[in-house]
Write a protein that binds this ligand. Structure first.
Ligand SMILES: [Zn+2]
Length: 261
C-alpha cells in the first residue's frame, strides 16, 4: 500500500484502500463527478495520483484535516436522522452525486419513502444524528414563492451553477447542529421545527428537531407533495463528508459513521 501516511489512521486507511480499488477499476470512459475547487477535499489529489511512490511528496499533498475529526466521530456512531433509516439505495441520493443541471454535486443524504428503510411522510420526525449545539433554526421561515422559483432557475441558468445563496434557499427550512471540531449536521426541507429547538439549544443524539417536509424545493410550488424527503448533510469545515470521493467510498464512509458497516 502506497498511502503510508494514511495507514496511520485506521479509518482513513480503509477509505484510501477502497478509493484506490475504485479508481483502479474505473474505466477511462467513466466520467467521475468533478467537484468544484471548494468542494475538493485534500485527500482526493493524493488518491488520484497515478504514480504510486510520491503520495506524500506530491506538491499538492497537504495534511488531511478530516482524519482527527473522523477518528473522534467514528467510535460513537451517528443516529439515523429518521427512525429505522438506512443509506439510500441509489448512489444518486448520496453525497457527491452529480447534479448536472446546476453543474454541481449533491452534498447530503436524501431519505425518501421507499428507498431509505424508513417510514417517511409529511411530518415524520427528523432526529439529531449526534449530540451537539443548535447553531441555526429557521423559526421564522417563509415559504419559497413561485416568483423565487422562477428567479432562481433563471439565475442558475445564467451563471451556469447554483450559488451558495440559491442552494441555501433550495434547502428550505433548516436546523443546523454543531458537534465541535468543524463538524456540523444540517437537516433540510423541514415542514416544522420542534418546540425548544432554537439557536443555543443542546440536543441529544436522536432528539427530534422537526418534521419531514419539502420546503424550499421547486416542487413545493410546481408539484406539491411530490418531494417529501429529508436532506441531511454532514459538513466538515467548508466541505462535506464524501466530497470528491467515488460512490463506493462515500457509501463505506457513511456506513461506518452510522455504525452500520
Ligand atoms: Zn438532497
Amino acid at each position: 500500500m502506497t498511502a503510508t501516511r494514511l495507514d496511520r489512521r485506521g479509518f482513513l486507511s480503509l477509505a484510501a484502500r477502497l478509493s484506490a480499488m475504485a479508481l483502479v477499476g474505473c474505466g477511462s470512459s467513466e466520467v467521475a463527478p468533478t467537484p468544484t475547487p471548494t468542494q475538493e477535499l485534500i485527500l482526493v489529489p493524493q488518491l488520484r495520483t497515478a504514480t504510486p511512490a510520491p503520495v506524500v511528496a506530491t506538491p499538492t499533498a497537504t495534511p488531511d484535516p478530516r482524519s482527527p475529526v473522523l477518528d473522534r466521530l467514528i467510535p460513537r456512531p451517528f443516529t439515523w436522522p429518521v427512525e429505522g433509516g438506512c443509506l439510500p439505495q441509489s448512489d444518486a441520493l448520496l453525497p457527491n452525486a452529480p447534479r448536472t443541471y446546476r453543474n454541481g454535486v449533491h452534498e447530503g443524504l436524501d431519505f425518501y419513502a421507499g428507498s431509505s428503510c424508513a417510514f417517511i411522510q409529511f411530518g415524520t420526525p427528523v432526529l439529531a444524528m449526534y449530540p451537539g449545539n443548535v447553531v441555526r433554526a429557521d423559526l421564522d421561515y417563509r415559504d419559497i414563492t413561485a416568483q423565487q422559483v422562477r428567479e432562481l432557475a433563471a439565475l442558475t441558468a445564467q451563471q451556469g451553477y447554483s450559488d451558495a445563496a440559491t442552494l441555501d434557499t433550495y434547502r428550505g427550512r433548516q436546523v443546523w447542529v454543531d458537534h465541535g471540531g468543524g463538524v456540523v449536521t444540517r437537516y433540510c426541507h423541514l415542514s416544522s421545527i420542534s418546540t425548544g429547538i432554537r439557536v443555543g439549544a443542546q440536543v441529544r443524539s436522536g432528539q427530534q428537531l422537526g418534521g419531514v417536509g419539502e420546503s424550499g424545493t421547486p416542487e413545493f410550488i410546481t408539484a406539491p407533495g411530490t418531494e417529501m424527503h429529508l436532506h441531511a448533510e454532514v459538513r466538515i469545515g467548508d466541505s462535506f463528508l464524501g466530497a470528491g470521493l467515488d460512490p463506493a467510498v462515500v457509501r463505506s464512509l457513511y456506513l461506518q459513521l452510522f455504525g452500520a458497516a
